[in-house]
Structure formats: structure tokens, C-alpha cells
Design a protein around this ligand. Structure first.
Ligand SMILES: Cc1cc2nc3c(=O)[nH]c(=O)nc-3n(C[C@H](O)[C@H](O)[C@H](O)COP(=O)(O)OP(=O)(O)OC[C@H]3O[C@@H](n4cnc5c(N)ncnc54)[C@H](O)[C@@H]3O)c2cc1C
Length: 132
């Protein structure tokens, strides 16, 4: 099948989307539209779901919607930004020469600090699931 692509084959880079703000007035943007990330650590949908759930929590706590959205973004955005950084950085070696790539990816698997950074999102307890 891959041979049949011939000259039609192409490679698209994954998007990394960062908005100046996730909300304006009473409107909020969630999911990939707000914070798409390369799927290197498989957390894009996880972030979308965490931000959707926490959005409901902050709106339930505060009837002032613009203020609730601002608090939501201030408190919740850092874990998504961390996830975007890690996902982007861990994708860089995939374009390096094989020797350097193997060296870099081997090191990222052995470094306790890097493993902690990579798994931080998966181990994060989302707002709305823990006792508040
Ligand atoms: C290869 C790959 C592997 C991944 N693996 C993981 C993983 O293991 N774990 C994980 O958590 N995440 C993973 N992700 C990320 C995850 O797929 C996305 O973060 C998630 O789907 C984002 O959900 P969303 O609803 O924000 O956007 P989307 O899923 O993109 O949904 C947007 C929807 O809007 C529709 N749409 C667009 N424009 C319009 C329009 N003008 N009018 C009407 N509809 C429109 C689109 O057709 C689409 O159905 C992966 C992504 C890729 C590409």
C-alpha cells in the first residue's frame, strides 16, 4: 500500500497551537482549537477533557462568567502548557539522525527527572475529580 503512494505521499507536521487567551467575555475555547499539541505523549484529548470538566466546575462556583473564565484559565492553563512543552520537546529527536535520535530517546527514558516531566499530566488529578 505504501509503495502505491508513489509521488503522492506527503508528511504533515502536527500543530502546536497557543492562544493569547482562552476566553473573551463570556466565550471560552477548549480542546485542540485552544491548545493542540503533537501526539508524542498522547495527552491532547486528556487536556481537552480536563479543561472541559474544570470549566464546568469554575462556572458552577462563580455566577460572574467572565471572572470565572479568567480564574479557570489562570489555574488550569499551566498543566496544559507543560504538556505542550513536553510533547513538543520529545518530538524534536524524531527528525534527528538515527544515532543521535536513539541516544536522545534512550536518555529521556532513563532520566528520572524527564520521566517525571513526561508523566506529570497523566498523574495529574483533574479539577472536579478530587474533593474540592
Ligand atoms: C495521531 C494522533 C494520536 C493521538 N493520540 C492521543 C492519545 O493517545 N491520547 C490523547 O489524549 N490524545 C491523543 N491525540 C489528540 C486528540 O486526538 C485530540 O487532542 C482531540 O481529538 C481533540 O479533541 P477536540 O474535540 O478538541 O478536537 P477534534 O477531535 O479535532 O474535533 C473537532 C471537530 O470539529 C469538526 N469541525 C472542524 N471545523 C468545523 C466547522 N467549521 N464546522 C463544524 N465542525 C467542524 C471536526 O471535523 C472535528 O470533528 C492524538 C492525536 C493524533 C493526531
Amino acid at each position: 500500500m505504501i509503495d502505491r503512494f508513489g509521488a503522492q505521499g506527503r508528511y504533515d507536521r502536527f500543530d502546536l497551537i497557543k492562544l493569547r487567551r482562552w476566553s473573551a467575555g463570556r466565550v471560552a475555547i477548549i480542546g485542540d482549537a485552544a491548545h493542540a499539541l503533537p501526539p508524542n505523549i498522547g495527552q491532547g484529548a486528556g487536556c481537552a477533557m480536563m479543561n472541559a470538566l474544570s470549566l464546568a466546575v469554575y462556572l458552577e462556583r462563580n455566577a460572574n462568567v467572565p471572572a470565572a473564565l479568567e480564574t479557570w484559565e489562570t489555574n488550569e492553563r499551566p498543566i496544559t502548557e507543560h504538556t505542550q512543552r513536553m510533547s513538543y520537546l520529545l518530538g524534536l529527536p524524531t527528525t534527528w539522525p538515527p544515532f543521535l535520535r536513539t541516544l536522545a530517546l534512550g536518555w529521556t527514558g532513563r532520566s528520572k527527572w524527564l520521566v517525571a516531566q513526561r508523566t506529570k499530566t497523566a498523574l495529574h488529578r483533574p479539577t472536579g475529580t478530587a474533593p474540592q
